[in-house]
Design a protein. Structure first.
Length: 257
């Protein structure tokens, strides 16, 4: 837990030069955190959410964002702890209930996950992200069940920009449902051409479908948009360059090229 003790109340760095005219308040850090999360910079997003809460510990969205980031970096026990801390402050929050439900689902605690998810969607006028989380819980626990209806509700209410399609696509990709992942990730890149995470995940999807040329194009697009995070993308591109004869034959037989 020591690694994450700073999350809740990280303060702004004392003595750090600040550009003139810029207000470094909770909203500023929260906005930066949301952008970092959207583009897959989860550790950076965690730091900014922590700074936002250092300025205003009552910012529910920053608590929610911390939990989502911890899920994405695979720190599930810590995500469970911080979701509990957040719910102590906001016990009626449908989004936090949904986020903790997803943590529990990924920890294999299916019964408790469904109980929390049921409570989340039972809230009046459940927001689109609550339905998104519900769908991800069902996809994790019951891959052949009712997740599609939840995703439809999420997409109907989602903000513009491809966020919902991206998260749904990543969910399908993680569960190995590659054709469904491809559909959503393609839409995510169409709705936000500048999101390197969407292009990288679409590349991984095409690679899994043996469409190596398209995978390479997606990885290269992600690299052009995010050159400072080049190592994983360069590794993926190099891996495609080493695809053996048998894998290329499978790709040809699949008609993927």
């Amino acid at each position: 837990m020591e690694r994450f003790d700073w999350l809740e109340v990280e303060k702004s760095e004392a003595g750090t030069p600040k550009p003139s005219g810029q207000t470094f308040d909770a909203r500023y850090y929260f906005t930066r955190a949301e952008q970092a999360y959207l583009y897959g910079h989860y550790e950076l997003a965690l730091r900014h959410y922590g700074k936002a809460l250092g300025e205003d510990s009552s910012m529910e969205g920053a608590w929610f964002g911390q939990v989502l980031c911890l899920i994405e970096i695979g720190e599930l026990p810590e995500a469970k702890v911080w979701a509990g801390k957040a719910l102590d402050r906001f016990p009626q929050s449908a989004e936090l209930l949904g986020a903790k439900a997803l943590v529990l689902a990924r920890l294999g605690e299916g019964g408790d996950a469904m109980t929390l998810s049921d409570r989340a969607i039972a809230k009046k006028d459940a927001a689109w992200r609550v339905w998104l989380l519900r769908g991800l819980v069902l996809l994790c626990l019951q891959p052949d069940s009712r997740h599609e209806g939840c995703f439809i509700k999420a997409l109907e209410g989602a903000v513009a920009g491809g966020y919902a399609d991206l998260r749904i696509g990543i969910g399908f990709l993680e569960q190995g449902h590659l054709p469904a992942a491809q559909d959503h990730l393609l839409r995510a890149t169409q709705l936000d051409h500048q999101n390197p995470l969407a292009w990288a995940k679409l590349g991984a999807c095409f690679e899994g479908l043996y469409s190596y040329r398209r995978a390479k194009e997606c990885y290269e697009r992600a690299l052009s948009l995010q050159p400072e995070s080049s190592d994983p993308l360069l590794t993926a591109i190099a891996r495609l360059g080493r695809v053996g004869l048998w894998a290329r034959l499978k790709a040809a037989l699949a008609g993927a090229g």
